[in-house]
Design a protein around this ligand. Structure first.
Ligand code: NDP
Length: 329
């Protein structure tokens, strides 16, 4: 019994990979074996595929931080053959073999049942990026974001995966969404997802000229980090929150404490990888409720396993629009 996989090898410190046939005996230990149907492309997948950031513990390695498919066999009573399941996070695709293969074997604890109302393809169109966007919105709500805001909610890196889902959810919930992008060709796309206004990336990319600027935002989902995050901090409305999700623009943050001390601004860190099961199920339920499937489809495009090396370059260069699902079948 063999299956197709994108396998990464490390030679003389260089990471490269391609499609291979693997014997099923090569699968790692785990309670649940899944016939993978769809996977997805996240920024982190780009890093793993290019061997950046030392995210992978050992080679040979099967990347792919997300997958959805059908259980083939399970020694855990929570799952049985034929169940549809979804996996995001838990360092799958980094420390553990991931979703860029026709089969995966994982711990039962890492899975969630496919949410009712979604296909495996739709679950992967959401993927880690969309799941994280939902976690960000949930945390902003927990810290006071509610309909009726006068100021817009800002989304940075808006045309990327996290950003696109965040724009669509926030617009569906009735917020006025300001979408920040560096790509002029995505303006129409972002308006179709529900953005009410477009903010040029360059406007926020420089370090702020003063610690406290005009109050501009009711909340922010930030996929960019770096000087953009520092800039946005200086423009937050009194008592408002930023969900810090990503580092597409850099992982350093140079700021002053004044937005925190004088405006009570809150900086909320969002981690999707180690979220407990109950949080996961709740976030997937909210995704089903608050992310219209037509908008999800509008931000989704497909690719095959053979396209992964080129896609890795594209996502690290900020060239992927919305969400890319990987057809593994
Ligand atoms: P994408 O590449 O799809 O989106 C990132 C977007 O950021 C790009 O589309 C682009 O948007 C913008 N961008 C890219 N480069 C730059 C730059 N140099 N300066 C400013 N903006 C830039 O990636 P994802 O949506 O998958 O992930 C976004 C970020 O969130 C990543 O850093 C990722 O690691 C992180 N992440 C974190 C998670 C967590 O658990 N905390 C989970 C998932 C992702 P535009 O063209 O519109 O300007």
């Amino acid at each position: 019994m063999s299956f197709r996989a994108h396998l990464l090898e490390e030679t003389d410190g260089k990471v490269a990979g391609g499609l291979v046939e693997l014997e099923e005996s090569r699968l790692p230990e785990g309670e649940v074996t899944v016939a993978v149907e769809w996977s997805t492309l996240n920024y982190k997948d780009g890093m793993v595929l290019k061997g950046i950031g030392r995210l992978v513990r050992s080679y040979p390695h099967v990347p792919g931080v997300d997958f959805a498919g059908t259980v083939e066999a399970s020694s855990d009573p929570r799952y049985k053959a034929g169940d549809k399941v979804v996996l995001t996070g838990w360092r799958v695709g980094e420390w553990h073999w991931g979703g860029y293969a026709e089969k995966a074997r994982v711990k039962a604890d890492w899975l969630v049942p496919l949410p009712a109302g979604l296909t495996t393809r739709q679950a992967m169109a959401i993927g880690t990026a969309g799941f994280t966007a939902m976690l960000a919105v949930l945390d902003l709500e927990r810290h006071g974001l509610a309909p009726g805001e006068e100021r817009p909610v800002l989304v940075t890196g808006a045309a990327g995966g996290v950003g696109s889902v965040a724009v669509a959810i926030l617009a569906t919930l009735g917020y006025r969404v300001a979408a920040s992008t560096g790509r002029a060709e995505t303006h129409g796309y972002l308006r179709d997802l529900g953005a009410a206004e477009i903010v040029e990336r360059a406007e926020l990319a420089e370090a702020p000229s003063r610690p406290l600027d005009k109050e501009r935002w009711a909340a922010c989902v930030d996929a960019v980090g770096g000087t953009t995050l520092a800039h946005v901090l200086s423009q937050m409305g009194y008592g408002r929150s930023i969900a810090a999700v990503g580092l597409a623009g850099g992982n350093r943050l140079e700021t002053t404490v004044l937005p925190f001390l004088l405006r009570g601004v809150k900086l909320l860190g969002i981690d999707s990888v180690l979220r407990p099961y109950a949080d996961r199920v709740a976030a997937w339920q909210r995704l089903v409720a608050d992310l219209p499937l037509d908008r999800l489809e509008a931000m989704t495009s497909e690719a095959g396993l053979g396209e992964l090396p080129a896609l890795a370059d594209a996502i690290l260069a900020g060239q992927i629009q919305g969400r890319k699902v990987i057809d593994v079948r």
